[in-house]
Design a protein around this ligand. Structure first.
Ligand SMILES: O=C(O)[C@H](O)[C@@H](O)[C@H](O)[C@H](O)CO
Ligand SMILES: [Mg+2]
Length: 403
């Protein structure tokens, strides 16, 4: 199981993905996701210059030791670039170990805790009626959980809302950052009406989720979380920027609305205070940004002590490799909550192959040894990297705000 080669495949079938392939002397190889949206080439440089040369000749079966070599050995710890790079290596090594054992990854992790993995779909619309139409479509497709986002009257564009009805939402929407306008006042007056309308039309059983995308102050978030209590949200996501973990204490004091956080976290240390003080309900760090399976399972274990469940980030910038591995993790992890599902464009499914199934709003894990995802390297070459950036956000007076 000696590593003989390790290289990156950068491809853009509709959007950018960075994929790591680690090959062993026996010919068994593993695939990892190294995509960090809008910062793809930073991870490429980190891996190519500082990580991949150190892997050659190492024993691929020593996942734990390689993880600590890359984490402690870097001296400069944590951060999204470092942790995405480590994650890519870790996912590829778990893929190799599971293939060598002849087992689907979930078996190595400890076997099935459930038969299927509940997902939530994105439903967006320029106004409430357009969003309700999307919810209707997704309920008919079998989804039991929907994330609802709408345009806000008086603001030209809003996070998470597609420009044309039915189009897929792509966060990295232009070569250089586009500029959006934001008004907290207008948003806060509008968004509770959306949840009321969804409950009114679809009843009590549908799970409703919503992403605030880091835009509120703690007291504004507390107001929103308290006001929407009657609509029984599954979760309210990222209602404040989470660098200051104390913020969540204020929100918690005012409301019983469940809180999700962590798509921009990459380490267990980002969560410690939030978990120990029981300030959140769901952890969202995807495997590919949080140091891979080796580290994210530690986050999940710590979370489980506080009755906190997983709800991994699964937007289109997480590649099919990350999603494929996540479905194994979700099938195993005892404290699973939900998995985000934002389907990729069909073209992505020509470059990547996978063996999971989607039935009635749930994923069903495949039985192929490893995580079951592979890449067609020849086809990938036909789609060269294209620079793409996430937008920025300004208040109506021009102040740069959180996007
Ligand atoms: O909850 C989500 O799915 C996210 O907030 C995404 O929409 C992110 O903005 C995007 O993944 C950034 O790269
Ligand atoms: Mg989010």
């Amino acid at each position: 199981m000696i590593i003989s080669d390790a290289y990156l495949i950068v491809t853009s079938p509709g959007r950018n993905f960075v994929t790591l392939k680690i090959v062993t002397e026996s010919g068994v190889y593993g695939i990892g996701d190294a995509t960090l949206n809008g910062r793809e080439l930073a991870v490429v440089a980190y891996l190519e210059e500082h990580v991949l040369p150190t892997l050659i000749g190492r024993d691929a079966s020593r996942i734990e030791d390689i993880w600590h070599f890359l984490y402690r050995g870097a001296y400069w710890r944590r951060g999204p670039v470092t942790m995405s790079a480590i994650a890519a290596v870790d996912l590829a090594l778990w893929d190799i170990k599971a293939k060598a054992a002849g087992m689907p990854l979930y078996q190595l992790l400890g076997g099935k805790s459930r038969e299927r993995v509940m997902t939530y779909a994105h439903c967006t619309g320029k106004d409430i009626d357009a969003c309700l139409n999307e919810v209707d479509k997704h309920v008919k497709l079998g989804y039991r959980a929907v994330r609802v986002q709408t345009g806000v009257p008086g603001i030209p564009t809003t996070y998470g809302v597609t420009k044309k009805a039915g189009e897929r939402y792509e966060p990295a929407d232009s070569e250089l950052p586009s500029e959006n306008v934001w008004s907290t006042e207008k948003y806060l007056n509008h968004v509770p009406k959306l949840f009321a309308a969804v409950r009114e039309q679809f009843g009590e059983d549908l799970h409703i989720l919503h992403d605030v995308h880091h835009r509120l102050t703690p007291i504004e978030a507390a107001r929103l979380a308290k006001e929407v209590e009657p609509y029984h949200l599954f979760w309210l996501e990222d209602c404040v920027p989470a660098e200051n973990q104390e913020s969540f204490r204020l929100i918690r004091q005012h409301s019983t609305t469940p809180l999700a956080v962590g798509e921009v976290f990459n380490s267990i240390h980002d969560y410690r205070e939030l978990l120990e003080a029981q300030l959140i309900d769901y952890v969202r760090t995807p495997l590919s940004h949080g140091g891979g399976i080796t580290h994210v399972r530690r986050i999940a274990d710590l979370a489980s002590l506080y009755h906190v469940r997983t709800g991994f980030h699964g937007a289109t910038d997480l590649s099919p490799v990350c999603l494929g591995a996540a479905i194994h993790f979700d099938t195993w992890v005892p404290n699973f909550g939900i998995q985000e599902h934002m389907p990729h464009e069909a073209i992505v499914g020509t470059v990547f192959s996978y063996d999971y199934e989607f039935v009635d709003g749930h994923f069903i894990v495949g039985e192929t040894p490893g995580h079951g995802v592979d890449i067609d390297e020849q086809l990938a070459k036909q789609y060269p990297y294209k620079r793409a950036s996430l937008p920025v956000n300004r208040l109506e007076d021009g102040t740069l705000w959180h996007w």
